[in-house]
Design a protein around this ligand. Structure first.
Ligand code: AMP
Ligand code: MG
Length: 339
């Protein structure tokens, strides 16, 4: 009899707890060439995740380099003429150009002719010859992009083309997180490929735990805890091909129009703005450890994790206490970068 009562009590308790726990809602979509997955909690969670999935599709339509209806496609096919774009695209290009400048050109949103020549858009991979690379590098120059604020127009010299691939998912994360909050959700986790965007904390009040992938193996090598922030990773392992024993990845050094080889295998940037984190993660991958630290000391307002070729890890001071090695990362050397 006593056991029955105890069982009844436990059942009532678990029922009560499941009623109190906020309901979880998820949605998946494929946009911007990546699988996106959104999880949101609470009463408005369902509305939030379906709105996010629809919005991701809209942003792809606006910013895609391959879709003929996109603003970016129109600019790239204008043969040197002015092209009118939406206010949103115009503002985004302006912000991207500022980021390119802040990174000293390591991030350059005019890399498209080179990205295409290596086959990273089409999947028809090839290694352009030395002469071709010199020509491609000469066509990467964000300072040649002209903006006409009055008429919301953009102009590129003929032969140059925009590619927002290094920043678009970060921007999408910002937009989707804003939408999720406006939909009434207080807690959400948005995965956009290598980009993670969090809204608030987890429903139980703890921080979100974001895994940092092992660029040379399966699974995670570290975990970083975040709240209301983005954590964006750029890594050579995310898209690459092999030819004659050499690995060529999709992040190019604008100076050489060839895959960046800086000794960095992956760069994760943590900060409040997804667009900035995305642009910087690409830039840090190109710049390498020394220049990354210099940029962090000058710009501030972001933190980073670098996984280097020798297997060691660097984190910036702001991540101390929020970063821990895990899985294949256990026992690795971690260097803390300080101001
Ligand atoms: P991410 O994964 O954010 O580092 O962005 C990589 C993508 O951005 C590539 O697939 C290219 O489309 C483009 N890209 C490659 N190298 C650069 C670069 N140095 N600056 C800007 N965009 C780049
Ligand atoms: Mg990026």
């Amino acid at each position: 009899m006593r056991r029955l009562r105890c069982l009844g009590l436990m059942l009532a308790l678990s029922l009560l707890l499941s009623c109190c726990a906020p309901k979880e809602y998820s949605a998946q979509t494929f946009a911007m060439d990546t699988v996106m997955s959104f999880t949101s909690y609470g009463r408005e969670g369902e509305r939030a995740v379906s709105a996010a999935a629809a919005e991701a599709g809209r942003l792809e339509g606006l910013l895609s380099v391959t879709r003929p209806e996109s603003d970016i496609y129109a600019v790239n096919h204008a043969a040197g003429a002015w092209t009118q774009v939406s206010q949103e695209t115009f503002d985004l290009i302006g912000r991207c150009l500022e980021l390119c400048r802040a990174c000293g050109g390591a991030l350059d949103i005019t890399a498209y002719p080179a990205v295409r020549a290596w086959g990273f858009t089409t999947g028809e991979y090839r290694v352009p010859g030395a002469e071709e690379r010199v020509d491609l590098a000469a066509r990467i120059d964000y300072t040649a992009v002209e903006l006409d604020r009055e008429q919301c127009r953009v102009r590129l010299p003929e032969g140059m083309e925009l590619d927002l691939g290094a920043v678009a998912k970060g921007y999408a994360g910002d937009v989707l997180a804003g939408l999720t909050v406006r939909s009434g959700a207080e807690s959400a986790m948005l995965y956009l490929g290598g980009n993670v965007h969090t809204v608030g904390r987890k429903p139980d009040g703890s921080l979100w735990r974001v895994g940092v992938q092992d660029p040379q193996g399966e699974g995670y090598l570290a975990v970083v805890e975040v709240e209301n922030q983005a954590a964006v990773t750029s890594g050579g392992y995310q898209r690459f091909f092999e030819a004659e024993g050499e690995t060529y990845w999709h992040i190019l050094d604008p100076a050489s129009a060839a895959p960046a080889r800086s000794g960095v295998l992956s760069a994760t940037v943590v900060g409040d703005c997804g667009l900035v984190c995305d642009g910087l993660s690409t830039a840090l991958f190109v710049l390498g450890a020394e220049e990354a630290a210099r940029l962090w000391r000058t710009l501030g307002e972001f933190e980073y994790i670098l996984i280097l070729e020798d297997g060691s890890v660097q984190i910036t001071q702001g991540l101390e206490g929020r970063f821990s090695l895990a899985g294949s990362g256990e026992g690795r050397e971690v260097q803390v970068i300080r101001p």
